[in-house]
Design a protein. Structure first.
Length: 130
């Protein structure tokens, strides 16, 4: 009886963990008007760019709000990145911070995420920084 109960609890934990792992998440869910700036740090060159133009901020945030991501693997032990984005709200607090490695790969420690819908406009971000 006790072994059956333990097996059922263990099975339930495994099922819940798998659901949690494969469940898609939104990249962001914030009104673009609540964002004051987006700071983009280029991990390849070491240059940082602050995006405060409302059209650029709106385009990026609207795009991120439509993007869903799914956990891919642990990011522990990996170094280097393409672009580190820091989204700053109007009250000067950090809303979100994550790394964009490509149009379909995001890193929000401790995981890498695969973009499942609405790939990131990597070229647009690249053009803002370069």
């Amino acid at each position: 009886m006790a072994k059956t109960k333990i097996a059922m609890i263990f099975s339930l934990i495994i099922v819940l963990a798998l659901i949690w792992w494969f469940m898609p998440n939104s990249l962001t869910s914030i009104d673009p008007e609540k964002v004051s700036v987006i700071i983009i740090f280029n991990g390849n060159t070491g240059n940082s760019t602050t995006i405060s133009e409302s059209d650029d901020v709106s385009y990026i945030i609207d795009s991120f709000n439509k993007t869903t991501i799914r956990k891919e693997k642990l990011s522990i032990g990996y170094m280097g990145y393409g672009y580190l984005l820091t989204i700053i709200k109007n009250d000067a607090s950090i809303y979100n911070e994550f790394i964009i490695n490509s149009a379909n790969n995001i890193r929000k420690d401790p995981f890498f995420y695969q973009v499942t819908t609405n790939s990131i406009d990597y070229d647009y971000i690249q053009n803002l920084v370069d």
